[in-house]
Each structure stands twice: as structure tokens, then as C-alpha cells.
Design a protein around this ligand. Sequence first.
Ligand code: 6PG
Length: 254
Amino acid sequence: MVAIEVYPGSDLAYAAAEHIADLAAAAIRARGRFSVALSGGNTPRPVYECLGTAPFAWRIDWSKTHIFWGDERCVAPDDPNSNYRVVRQALLDHVSIPPGNIRRMRGEIEPHAAALEYTKVLEEFFGGSARRGPPSDGFDLMLLGMGDNGHTASLFPGMPAVHETAKWVTAEYVAAVSGWRITLTPVVINAAKHVAFLVAGAEKADRLREVIEGTYRPDVLPAQVVRPASGQVTWLVDEDAAAHLSEDEHATNA
Ligand code: 6PG
């Protein structure tokens, strides 16, 4: 099931925080823990800030919440480009979460070693093995962004990782951003129980329409490769990004 929820720009961050808090409460009720892979980029920063303040800072049981990343830039954790640093400053420094519940991708080490290390981190948390197939019980939530070229996580147009069918985590040099990236592959992303895309801004309107309503061509639009077996995808978008979507495609929450 794919849901598209459109919000005024000023409401999107709070709505996304609500979505995350609701999924957290349900997961903890059902399984005693909530596992979420967070997105990088700028769009989710206000969401992380929202989660780190009232009411979410006390509404979510952080002692049972496990934080992962969907991708990371190959930089040190205190580098301004680090996805971990964004979440640390906006959220983790403001909530009582056990350090052991935070599992960052180590962007500061050799990229392939970091990808292998993170694969082991995921195997230990979810059980199973990348050699034997996808996690049988994946993330409760994958939070993803979408670039204006249709990439998501660090799955960029033309990258082999877009079609990965075995590895859970890969590292590649991404020419589009002139840097090495570590990323979860569709194998892990599509094993998630829920996927939420967070997209904002008029500059993404055309691409968003192509990804959601256009022909399936993940080599060009990697975000299209996200088709979780559970089928639960929610697009949380602002009015500017939704401007070119067909009217009957979405619910508007003005
Ligand atoms: C990253 C992200 C990436 C991001 C998109 C959108 O590491 O940059 O994981 O996939 O979500 O590039 O980024 P913005 O939110 O900054 O537009």
C-alpha cells in the first residue's frame, strides 16, 4: 500500500515526527523494540529536532528505540557532512537513549571495511546472514529522502547497488557527489515493515511525479526500487513538492 500525505511546508516536520512516534509506539507494544534507519540530507533535520523536543522527547520510549542509518558519507563523525553528526546534534544529544542503541556507520574507516562492518552490525541485530538472504524481520521503519535526481539513501542513478540482490550494505564512489558513500541496499530497505519518504521543495516536484506516477526505471530513478515486501510506503511531502502530482493520488492534510 502506498500512501501520499501532503502537508503545508510548516507542518511537514511535525507530521513526520508524529508518524515516527506512532510507528515506534506500535513496534514497542508488539515486539518490545523499535528499529529505525534514518536518512541523511537536509530535509529530515527539522524532523530530528522535533523528535528531540516535547512532546516526542518523552512520548517515545528511547530506551527501546534502536537508531541506524540508511547511508553515510565517508567522513569522520564530527565532519559537517556526516549524517550521524546531524542526528547527534538535532536529536541524540537531547534524549535519554542508551549509547548501545545507536549504531552509526563508521564513515571514517576504509569504505568497503565499513560496509562489511555494518553488515555484521545488522546481522547481529536482526539475526540471519547476508549470505542467506534478506533480514527475515527488517527495520520497523526506513526513513528515506529523495534527491532531485531521484536518488535515495546513497543509491544514485546508474549505480550497480540499485540492483543489488544479495549484499545488505555496499560502499561505492559516487561521481555525482565526488565522494565515497556507504549505503543500505534494496535487499535491506525492502525488508522494512514500513518505509517513509520525506520530500520537500518545488525543485523536487517533477521528479516526485516521475518516481510515483511514471514508468518504472530505477536506473534513472533509484527511489523507484523501494518496494518493501510489506508494501507499506508513506510519502510525507510538502505542498511544493506535491504540486505536480495527480490530484487523485494523494490526501491533503492542510
Ligand atoms: C544523504 C541522504 C540522501 C538525501 C537526499 C535528499 O546522505 O544525502 O541520505 O539520500 O536523503 O539527497 O537530500 P535533501 O533532504 O538534503 O534534499
